[in-house]
Design a protein around this ligand. Sequence first.
Ligand SMILES: O=C(O)CCC(=O)C(=O)O
Ligand SMILES: [Fe+2]
Length: 353
Amino acid sequence: MATNFSSVPILDYSLLSDSATRPKFISDLQNALINVGFFYISRTPVVPEDVEAVIRDAPKFFDLPAEEKERIRMIHSPHFFGYSRFGAELTKGKVDQREQFDFGTLYEESYRPGDPEYRKLWGPSQWPDEKLLPGFKDTYVRYVQQVNKLGDELLTLIAEALHLPSNAFSRFREPGGNQNRAKVVKYPVPEDDSSDQGVGPHFDGGFLTLLLQASLHRGLQVQNRAGEWIDAPPIPGTFVVNIGKALETVTQGVAIATSHRVISPAKGSTPRYSIPFFQMITQDLIIGKAVLDIPPEILALKEARGKVASDSVNYAEYNELPAGQVALIGRVKYVVCSSVLTRWDRVNHPTAV
Ligand SMILES: O=C(O)CCC(=O)C(=O)O
Ligand SMILES: [Fe+2]
C-alpha cells in the first residue's frame, strides 16, 4: 500500500522539552522523514528577533548598487560564494527566474596544494561593504550559527526516530567541523508570460535543508508520491525542513528526499524572498559505500511507503565518488550554465571546462 501526503506536516519543537510530549515529536518526525521528506518546524530555539533581522535585511542586499553586487559576484570566489545575477541558473535546461547571494558558515580555508580540488569548496565568504549595508554580515552570521546548531540537534533526533545510535551521523560530518552553506534568494515578478519557473523541480544534495520563507508569498511546492504538487505556504515562526539526497543515501532511502520547486510571484504581486540553509557533509567519504545499518522495523516502514513518483535528477554519483566531488560537480554545472567562463574561472575551477 502506497502512503501519500496532501499537506506538509508541522512539528512543534517545544514538545521536546517535556518528557510527556517528547515521544509525539519523535513519532511525527519519523512519519515526516519516511513518508513526506518535508516538514515545518515551529517554536525552535532560534531567536525570533534574529529571524526578523534577516528577513528585514534580505531585500536590502538586492537593492545594493549594481557595482557592489558585481564586486562580490560568485565568479570571484573559488568557494562559489557571492552574488549570482538574475537568470544565471538553469534547472532541467530552463532558466530559473531568481537572483541570489550565497555565503557559508565561518570557515578558514584549509585547502593545500595537492589536496583534491573539491576541498577548495570550503573557505571564506564574500560580504557586501559594511558601509553600504551596515550590520548585514553580523546579522546573517548570528542567524546561521543558530540554524547550524538546530540542524545538528535535528540530526540527533532523526537518529532517535530511526532507532539509530544518537551519534549515527557523526561519521558523515567533518571531524574538525563542517562548512555549511546558505543563501538569500529573490524571486521577482516575471516581466512577461514566458515563464514562471522561480526554480524548477529538483532535489537538494546534502543532509538537511532548513528554509526560512522570508516573505508571505506562496510559491514553494513539494511533489507527493502520486506526482502532484502540494503547496508549502509560508507559516510565520516556522522553518521548512527537507531531506537532501545525501541523507537519503546514508539511510538506505528510509529518510526520503522529495522533489520541490518554486513558482514565481503572480503579476501585480511583489518579489518573494527566501533564505535556505544547506547542511553539508564530510568531503572525502564515498557515502554510498558507507551507509548505515537500519533496523528491520524501520526498513519495513520504508517498504510500506510504496513506490515514489518523481521527475527530478538523482544523485547516483554518491555511490562512486567522494561527497566533495559530487558537491563540486553540482557547483560547476551551475557556473558553466551561469556565465561565459573567463580565464580566471578556468584556472580556479579547472574541472569546469
Ligand atoms: O526558495 C525556496 O523556497 C526554495 C529554494 C530551494 O529549493 C533551493 O534553493 O534549493
Ligand atoms: Fe531546494
